[in-house]
Design a protein around this ligand. Structure first.
Ligand SMILES: [Zn+2]
Length: 321
């Protein structure tokens, strides 16, 4: 099983360390542009002596030390780099599952586009500001895209995050609030769930697909990240007298394969956001017909041949007129 991962920050490395130890994983392709910085050390796996080296290369060394049998391709690049999209598309086409641990919205949208075009499932992990909890999302081929989830959770695309980027995603990055760093412990919890959801993509039970968890109506919020919590809660509350959404069926079965599966896990009680720590809230976020990326409203993308044909037709009409 071949994993295509973007992001090897403190969260991305935690996920990679867990996923790469699974004997079913035989190959990893990692895309990560950044240099390991001094401020990364306190919640990373690498020592202070590694500061100044590329995170992608450090990740490759880490994994090779644990799994010398595993093929590892470390690519120092930004997943949003327009000049390298053909290369990334090939990586997506070759993988079995994608793992997104990117720290900005632009990278998440870029990875989503690659995975949808390749028709491959992928997972996304996000630690909330301050480490109060986190999200794990799982996307299926042909189902809801990241744009569906982002609009459902009322996120905004932020092309150029202000200030130093966080290590493991920034759902609230569009908000001008002061960022409280998440602890390594809280990152590890969400990374563990993210790894389980990724490995469950093949045959293991997934934390996103099980029974139980707290009612989404317990999720309330105000302020930055709470915006999306409130949005998710209001949209996911079962109708009066109705039942909560059923556990997800196997991949590709029924209309549920159109939904993205999302798990919101609280780590702290935060007034107005989380009633209690250590509660799981599950959501099935439907594919939106109005989605500009994957819905009926999306502009059709023409292949090169189709485009050539359309141009030829237009020229012929001009010539005949
Ligand atoms: Zn969509």
């Amino acid at each position: 099983m071949h994993v295509f991962q973007v992001g090897a920050g403190s969260g991305g490395m935690a996920v990679l360390d867990l996923v790469a130890r699974d004997p079913r994983i035989t190959r990893v392709t990692l895309v990560e542009p950044d240099v390991y910085a001094a401020h990364n050390v306190y919640r990373h796996l690498f020592p202070p002596s590694a500061v100044g080296r590329m995170k992608a290369e450090l990740a490759a060394e880490w994994v090779r030390a644990i799994r010398p049998d595993l093929a590892f391709d470390a690519v120092v690049a930004d997943i949003t780099d327009p000049a390298r999209q053909a290369e990334f598309a090939r990586m997506a086409a070759e993988c079995d599952v994608g793992v997104c641990a990117a720290d900005n919205e632009a990278a998440k949208f870029a990875f989503d586009a690659l995975m949808r075009a390749a028709g491959k499932p992928w997972t996304l992990g996000e630690v909330l500001s301050g480490g109060i909890g986190g999200w794990v999302h799982r996307f299926s081929p042909g189902g809801a895209c990241y744009g569906c989830v982002a609009s459902h959770l009322q996120r905004e695309v932020k092309e150029a995050p202000s200030g130093p980027p966080p290590d493991y995603s920034a759902p609230a990055a569009a908000q001008p609030e002061a960022r409280i760093p998440a602890s390594k412990a809280s990152i590890a919890v969400i990374a563990g769930l993210h790894a389980c959801a990724t490995l469950g993509e093949q045959s293991l039970p997934s934390p996103l697909a099980g029974e139980g968890g707290e009612s989404s109506s317990r999720v309330r919020g105000n302020g930055a990240s709470a915006n999306e919590l409130r949005g998710a809660a209001s949209r996911s509350t079962p109708p009066p007298g109705g039942e909560a959404p059923p556990p997800s069926p196997a991949r590709g079965e029924g209309k549920d394969s159109q939904a993205a599966e999302s798990l919101l896990f609280s780590l702290q009680a935060v007034p107005g956001v989380f009633d209690a720590p250590f509660r799981a809230h599950r959501f099935r976020i439907p594919r939106s017909p109005a989605c500009l990326t994957c819905g009926a409203a999306a502009a059709p993308t023409l292949s090169g041949e189709q485009l050539d044909g359309a141009v030829a037709d237009a020229l012929a009409r001009l010539g005949a007129g």
